[in-house]
Design a protein around this ligand. Structure first.
Ligand SMILES: [Zn+2]
Length: 306
């Protein structure tokens, strides 16, 4: 699993979970030399239960529909004849809107956590926004890592959905280096088609990248089904792979998995750390585990929190 992969670029987020292009190249060479890189045909046979995945099999996946994937990733995959799956949220493409998740990454990468958290407190208090859930305990620690965690938690889980964009607008007003243009950050429709025409597979990743487990069933169903419909329309072909936003065990429920199945998806990935082995393919193909490539060979060189 990859997210941001980039070389020198002026656009945020910088230094935040991004993998440097040099490390990415080294990883691809290492993976190709040491493991079996699955073709799409083999991967699909494994999904259909027609064969077991090889124990050293690798499938490359890229989340969030980032422009990085066209600019930096695609040339490297092409050069090596490798296949990958790209999970693309549709709101940037269909509505021209940046998603809270990347706006938060940009803020956190450009400014110190304690400053961001103080500003967020003030904005929430001034706007008298009612927070969801018990967040009082979140305010205890104030070192940088804690404050970043709290900042993200508040915006991702505690500020009601309809208030998040407005709060982020105000934060970016105070922290302008975090502002990015939607077209610089995300894949355009033509870049998406380039990926597809180069033999890559495009999978759904909802419309707005919410924590699905926080949503009522009808809203989950819409996020799942609309993203599939919108992507299929953009590509002119069906989309049958899915990845859960955030993807940790707490980010989806059994009901979510049912909705993913009902929508017609045949394979889905979580971000639960582990190997998608033969048992997972056979028994739980809609909750396949992944490994974050920030944590494998050549993967940790640029990970840092401000
Ligand atoms: Zn994502």
């Amino acid at each position: 699993m990859y997210h941001y992969v980039r070389g020198e670029t002026p656009r945020p987020p910088s230094g935040y979970y991004h993998l440097d292009i040099g490390d990415f190249r080294a990883q691809l060479d290492y993976l190709r030399d040491e493991f079996t890189m699955l073709s799409e045909a083999t991967f699909r046979r494994c999904l259909r239960g027609e064969q077991s995945p090889p124990t050293d099999g690798i499938v490359l996946t890229f989340d969030d529909g980032l422009a990085d994937h066209h600019e930096w990733v695609l040339p490297e995959l092409r050069e090596r004849g490798l296949w990958g799956v790209f999970f693309v949220p549709t709101a940037p493409l269909v509505y021209g809107r940046r998603l809270p998740v990347q706006r938060i990454h940009s803020l956190v990468s450009e400014y110190p956590g304690p400053e961001l958290l103080d500003a967020l407190d003030e904005i929430l208090e001034a706007a008298d926004i009612d927070l969801l859930g018990d967040v009082r305990s979140m305010y205890e620690g104030r070192d940088t890592a804690d404050s970043v965690r709290q900042f993200k938690h508040l915006l991702n889980r505690a500020v009601p959905d309809h208030s998040v964009s407005g709060v982020l607008d105000r934060l970016e007003g105070q922290f302008p280096a975090a502002q990015t243009d939607v077209s610089e950050l995300y894949l355009s429709a033509s870049q998406l088609r380039d990926l597809s025409e180069a033999g890559m597979t495009i999978g759904a990743h909802t419309v707005t990248h919410p924590v699905l487990s926080d949503l009522p069933t009808a809203a989950q169903r819409w996020e799942i089904r609309a993203s599939r419909r919108q992507l299929s329309a953009l590509l002119g072909e069906p989309v049958d792979l899915f990845a859960y936003p955030y993807g940790g065990a707490e980010s989806y429920t059994d009901r979510t998995v049912e909705l993913v199945s009902d929508a017609g998806f045949t394979g889905a990935f979580t971000t639960v750390d582990g190997d998608a082995d033969a048992t997972e393919f056979r028994e739980t193909p809609l909750t396949l585990s992944r490994r974050d490539c920030a944590n494998v060979e050549h993967g940790d060189a640029t990970f840092s929190l401000p």
